[in-house]
Design a protein around this ligand. Structure first.
Ligand code: K1U
Ligand code: ZN
Length: 176
């Protein structure tokens, strides 16, 4: 059955928190961009803006398909959707203090490519290419990592990862 007004049925989704093992599931490619995918993308957008965040991967809301959103604009009016994204070119190096909605309250420096060219499908199922740099390039790489089952803290030393796990466990205990 077609969904007549996707925007009227949006829902907030639950974001998985590190070290939830489901964050390490490798996402499968989307084989057909249909209303089911468009509905999930709309719910993810609502969830990302509510968090608030500048990106969200389907993995983080426990859907293990290659779908991610980013909006790094100041006015939150430049939503971009990437389905089956692939980085086809990358160069340079940049360091940025990243955050993650799945690792709340933790900010750590990560080194990534400075410029990327990404190829993906849009919500109409059409292929497009985008060249990105700055925060947009960083955010796209962070979200593509989620689709591969990788969380940004895994770039850090074992010691730092263990400290972050302890901090999150302590916080979870205190929230009970
Ligand atoms: O993947 C995610 O969990 C979203 C993440 C994206 C990201 C942030 C910084 C560097 C790389 C990737 C976030 O959105 S964390 C929250 C955040 O950075 C932010 C939230 C509101 C305003 C500005 C930034
Ligand atoms: Zn993240």
């Amino acid at each position: 059955m077609p969904l007549p007004h996707l925007s009227k049925h949006m829902a907030l989704l639950k974001i998985l928190h590190y070290p939830d093992p489901r964050l390490h599931i490798v996402a499968k490619p989307v084989d057909k961009v249909d209303d089911h995918i468009r509905k999930l993308a709309a719910d993810m957008a609502e969830t990302m803006y509510a968090a608030p965040g500048i990106g969200l991967a389907a993995t983080q809301v426990d859907h293990h398909i290659q779908l991610l959103l980013v909006d790094v604009s100041e006015n939150k009016d430049q939503l971009m959707t990437f389905i089956n994204p692939q980085i086809v070119e990358a160069d340079g190096e940049t360091v940025y203090e990243e955050g993650c909605l799945s690792v709340p309250g933790i900010f750590e420096e990560v080194t990534r490519a400075e410029r990327i060219k990404v190829r993906a499908l849009n919500l109409s199922g059409e292929s497009f290419e985008l060249e990105a740099d700055g925060l947009l390039a960083i955010c796209i790489q962070h979200e593509i990592d989620h689709l591969k089952g990788k969380v940004f803290v895994e770039y850090l030393s074992r010691l730092k990862q263990d400290r972050i796990k302890q901090k999150l466990a302590k916080r979870a205990r205190e929230a009970m």
